[in-house]
Design a protein. Structure first.
Length: 91
């Protein structure tokens, strides 16, 4: 059975949002069968950065994307999220 890797671009509501705290809040939102595969940052403009979050979960799980996206959007300090990449992996 394979896995699905999704990369989200999380836009903070302000340039003062602490990414370490934001990462912890995102990890709390994850379903128990998923995991963080990695993080990154992308410069947007005027000091604003977006947090790139790679989430991995089994491909046989359905209906989890919408719940996860709504949970992340509900975090204080997040203005919006954007799906950047969805990819199936064999591991």
């Amino acid at each position: 059975m394979g896995s699905v890797l999704i990369v989200y671009k999380v836009f903070p509501s302000d340039i003062t949002v602490d990414f370490k705290s934001l990462k912890n809040k995102i990890e709390v939102c994850l379903p128990e069968f998923s995991s963080i595969h990695g993080y990154g940052e992308e410069d947007i403009a005027f000091g604003l950065k977006a947090l790139l979050v790679q989430v991995k979960f089994p491909e046989d799980k359905t209906g989890v994307l919408e719940k996860l996206e709504k949970s992340i959007e509900g975090i204080e300090g997040v203005s919006q999220i954007q799906t950047v990449l969805v990819r199936r992996t064999s591991r």
